[in-house]
Design a protein around this ligand. Structure first.
Ligand SMILES: C[S@@+](CC[C@H](N)C(=O)[O-])C[C@H]1O[C@@H](n2cnc3c(N)ncnc32)[C@H](O)[C@@H]1O
Length: 304
């Protein structure tokens, strides 16, 4: 089975007291690393795990079978969190978001997320999504593609890349695979620029496409808006993000929750992984963890 090493799990667990009862929601179940850690640490807590990827859900369910009396799994997009938690017998007092991709998605060639592997241009986290990366690459105008690359990839060469890709599609036909897209990117950017970019020349546009395909930023905004209304009092909202766009959304939401008197931020600055964690798991390097406690004033520390 593909491994996914849970990122900043020690710091996540520090914000979940052992004596907590009731329900926690793991909105990004993945391979179940966070859920398992919660179930082990908090013997009175039950966990609802949500993922839009049925493959991840199946593997996590197998892994968490020993906890079946305290664990449920649901397939769905966390942007519909209100509907997804409607079946719980009570409000949830913890919600976790560990954003982005699991190792399973990243390393399976056929999912089309990796610029290091040659697979179909897919990048959908859920098979229910209509438009894959193939659609975006082969049917967008240069303006649309450039906007995606700039906005979601913060790609400095967004315009030449978008223009070059659309010209390539017009002259030679659709770009079918991740490998073909990487070759086109390499053919557009002069070698000295590629060397200056530091990292893979297609890294930022792969990130941008993935965010566009899965509408990741809007989904996060909608989910956080809903959580502020439906969490228990108190409820800990724990978010691990991996790039500045996601972190910006979380930071701004937490700031406005504070201004609206919905509670307090428990991490004045985002927590980041220790050097030892990054050494052992390079994928953790860009992680940022923020925690907000939604509560009306005067509630006890560990009320459910
Ligand atoms: C980084 S992984 C989570 C890993 C997990 N914490 C673990 O330790 O195994 C992120 C997971 O969130 C899922 N995901 C991302 N966006 C989602 C969304 N909008 N709705 C539901 N699931 C989502 C992905 O499919 C992926 O499986």
């Amino acid at each position: 089975m593909t491994e996914h090493v849970p990122v900043m799990i020690t710091e996540v667990l520090e914000h979940v007291p052992e004596e907590l009862r009731g329900w926690a929601v793991d909105a990004t179940l993945g391979l179940g690393g966070y859920s398992e850690a919660l179930l082990v640490k908090c013997p009175l807590l039950s966990v609802l795990g949500i993922d839009q990827d049925p493959q991840a859900l199946r593997l996590a369910q197998e892994r968490l079978a020993p906890f079946s009396s305290r664990f449920r799994a649901l397939e769905g997009n966390f942007r519909q969190i209100s509907a997804l938690v409607a079946s719980l017998p009570e409000k949830f007092s913890v919600i976790l978001f560990d954003l982005g991709l699991s190792n399973l998605q990243l390393t399976e060639r056929e999912r089309g997320f990796s610029f290091n592997e040659d697979g179909p241009l897919d990048m959908r986290m859920s098979p229910l999504l209509r438009k894959s990366a193939y659609h975006w690459i082969n049917n967008s105008s240069p303006q649309e593609l450039s906007e995606i690359f700039r906005l979601y990839g913060e790609e400095r060469y967004a315009w030449p890349l978008a223009k070059g890709i659309v010209r390539h599609v017009f002259q030679k036909g659709p770009i079918e695979t991740t490998g073909a897209l990487v070759s086109v990117v390499r053919s557009i950017l002069p070698a000295p620029i590629q060397r200056k970019m530091g990292g893979h020349p297609a890294r930022r546009i792969f990130q941008a496409l993935r965010i566009a395909v899965n509408d990741e930023i809007a989904a996060l905004e909608e989910a956080l808006d809903a959580v502020a209304k439906i969490g228990a009092d108190p409820c800990r909202v724990i978010v691990v993000s991996y790039h500045s766009l996601e972190d910006r959304v979380v930071k701004h939401r937490f700031r406005s929750w504070k201004q609206e008197g919905l509670g307090r931020e428990l991490t004045r600055k985002p927590l980041i992984p220790t050097e030892a964690e990054i050494e052992g798991n390079y994928k953790a390097r860009s992680a940022k963890l923020r925690v907000f406690r939604l509560e009306t004033e005067g509630e006890g520390e560990y009320g459910n």
